[in-house]
Design a protein around this ligand. Structure first.
Ligand code: PLP
Length: 409
């Protein structure tokens, strides 16, 4: 049985006060809080097991390497990847996408080629492609979305041409909450022989993910959005593709042999893409976070968060001045909204005074805001430890904001 009160006890920060109120943390899309299992694992790794990985014959180095590689296996199983050779540790989703955009661009993109992404991408899945396209003289194209926040997949066929070399799409929009049908998109794009990257940053904390079922060629996410530490993330890539791509960065661990005449050779996968000392402590923390989530059960987490979303939608529907941006029928528990003409920052600041942490601004999706002709929104993004009482507090706080600013606009 999913027991939210029991889960909350695992997260020390949730019992603290902010502005003399009990914290209601509703900014999980930006980053999640960490359970004791993760905090302890990182602490133990630093106090008892710390030594650089893949480098020493001594005991601690071997133990640390074993724990790092154990975490890789945990991630492999979490994503149902075929092999740990397909799981690359990076600094986060942004680093993963930059790696693919750079390496794929170097190997496969020439002047006049096209890359197709969507207008609802996080900046991290736009700008690396823009940089690569500028470098290569390639063209970046975008799949638009409608006013509900659903991708215009009816345009997919016409947007793909014989010059399209890769498609990159977000699984769950961080500002709209839309869950995109990535399996269907991958099937359609694959039918034209084109690989697909899926940005799963906002998907993995909320639902079970199976990269072999989705069929994508690359899948990326950040650890800190799924209860793990910052500075650690994942690049999943199909082995055949990762084999063909050139390394992204050079340095220790990604090398087989260094020759001064330039005939340097690369390490086997996945180390070819792990230059330098990686965040091995964060990787072990990520493993602990995944095990923690798996113990609760991804299906249970998803069902509970959907219940929370339905409850929030039902409560917010009674506030007539509240406009929600992102009304797709398939949504994760993310609600972006504005209250009549009240500025998002005013709303965010009052909520903060009431102990409620939400995100304000563009959420790194400026083109989404441009679509709706707004500067930004207030975003409440829920996690497995949020409660209906917190939704009620948000509801009551919104009424306070309305009273304070309603007349001023
Ligand atoms: N993609 C999506 C959908 C996101 O929501 C985020 C962060 O908000 C990112 C990518 C970038 O993640 P990070 O800053 O951890 O690299």
């Amino acid at each position: 049985m999913f027991n939210v009160e029991r889960i909350r006890e695992d997260f020390p920060i949730l019992s603290r006060e902010v502005n003399k109120r009990q914290l209601a943390y509703l900014d999980n899309g930006a980053t999640t809080q960490k359970p004791r299992a993760v905090l302890d694992s990182v602490n133990q790794m630093s106090t008892l097991w710390n030594a650089n990985i893949h480098r020493g014959v001594h005991y601690l180095s071997q133990q640390s390497t074993e724990m790092y590689e154990g975490a890789r296996e945990t991630v492999r199983s979490f994503l149902n990847a075929a092999s740990t050779r397909e799981i690359v540790f990076t600094a986060g989703a942004t680093a993963s996408i930059n790696a693919v955009a750079y390496s794929f661009g170097e190997r496969y993109i020439s002047a006049g080629d096209e890359v197709l992404i969507t207008e609802m991408e996080h900046h991290a899945n736009i700008v690396p492609w823009q940089l690569m396209c500028q470098r290569k003289g390639a063209i970046l194209k975008y799949i638009p979305f409608d006013d509900n926040g659903e991708l215009r997949l009816d345009l997919l066929d016409s947007l793909i041409t014989e010059r399209t070399k890769i498609v990159s799409v977000v699984q769950v929009s961080n500002s709209l909450g839309t869950i995109n049908p990535v399996k269907e998109i991958v099937a359609k794009v694959h039918a034209k022989g084109i690989p697909v990257l899926v940005d799963g940053s906002q998907a993995v904390p909320h639902m079970p993910v199976d990269v072999q079922d989705i069929g994508c060629d690359f899948y990326v996410f950040s650890g800190h959005k799924l209860y793990a530490p910052t500075g650690i993330g994942i690049l999943y890539g199909k082995e055949t593709l990762l084999e063909e791509l050139p390394p992204y960065q050079g340095g220790g661990d990604m090398i087989a042999h260094v020759r001064l005449d330039g005939t340097t050779t690369w390490a086997e996968l996945p180390l070819k893409f792990e230059a330098g000392t990686t965040n091995y402590i964060g990787a072990v923390g990520l493993g602990a976070a995944i095990r923690y989530m798996e113990e609760i059960g991804l299906n249970s987490i998803q069902a509970y968060e959907q219940e929370l979303l339905a409850y929030a939608n039902q409560r917010f529907a009674t506030i007539s001045s509240l406009n929600i941006y992102g009304k797709a029928p398939h949504k994760a528990a993310i609600i972006s909204f504005l209250l009549g003409g009240i500025h998002q920052l005013d709303t965010g600041m009052v909520l903060d005074k009431l102990g409620i942490a939400v995100r304000t601004g563009t959420h790194c999706t400026e083109p989404v805001m441009t679509h709706f002709g707004i500067e930004g929104t207030v975003r409440a993004s829920f996690a497995m430890y949020n409660t209906k009482e917190e939704v009620d507090r948000l509801y009551e706080a919104i009424l306070v904001v309305q009273q304070m600013f309603g007349g001023a606009y």
